[in-house]
Design a protein. Sequence first.
Length: 205
Amino acid sequence: MNKQNKGFTLWFTGLPCSGKSTLAEIVAKELERRGRGVEILDGDVVRTHLTKGLGFSKEDRDTNIRRIGFVAAEIVRHGGVAVCAAVSPYRATRNDVRTLVGAEHFVEVLVDTPLEVCEARDTKGMYAKARRGEIKGFTGIDDPYEPPESPEITLDTMIHTPADNARRILQHLLQRGFVRAQTVRGTNGTQAAPVGSSNGQALTP
């Protein structure tokens, strides 16, 4: 099978409100535009369905992430693309998912947003509740976040826009051979087509 038709997992990890879901949606739409079958596994959505009833103890968090990883592995096995956006705070558990999916099909993306910025972006007020002690075991406040030691991609959301960061991800996938560069035929011959964004604007030339 051509590598560009093989499945792979994009695993977005980072603090709550770091921007994982926004990036996942932009990249997923671009991959669909390129003809790939994509499933988005968002941590918040998964908790209301696949892992409903789990709490936020370390054991429950690990169970949640491993279940997402199992679904991602099945999607990859059938040639699809799993775009996962979950806090996934513990390094060892993320590495377990990498092994389950297969390292050659796994792309770990660290959305590296500072804690104070995540707090400022939190429209639901979850950080504030955690600061007041109303929520226990909240990642980044009274529960640790263990960043990846060697992620395939690290994104700075302070310097770069979501469109810029989505461009970086697509470039990495092109370099890995997971997607092919699209071409369009113009008056001066064939050239690369732009990468689309969620609002229809071009991300890359």
